[in-house]
Design a protein around this ligand. Sequence first.
Ligand code: FES
Length: 134
Amino acid sequence: MIYSQEVLYHFTNPCNVYSMEDADAVGIIGDPDCGDALKMFIKVKDNRIEEISYLVYGCCAAIATSSMTTELAKGKTLEEAFSITEEDIASALGGLPAHKMHCSNLGVSALREAITIYRMTQEQKISLKDTINL
Ligand code: FES
């Protein structure tokens, strides 16, 4: 298996890896086939992702794609961040081996879940603690 230099860089130097205690929303996704799991935290200000971080248990591609997801989403509006695709992440990483493309689903799914939960807390005027994903 051959990974791009960008994948190897993000695998060995992952960006934004930490638990965010004061997150506005958290998305948690697992892949039942391989057992990998991702928890993504977002902080939102004026409809933009002001801060984003994650914790991941997974393969090289899961770590690199999670790192790139946070880099692509940071500073974006919620709409822009929600529209980030697996292909966007793979492309920003210089490509992924075909059988590792599914690993990029974790980042996209966790980010979209976090945004969805954030919107729900805003619409229903409830706190993150009142949601069921913690
Ligand atoms: Fe499970 Fe990569 S093998 S996310």
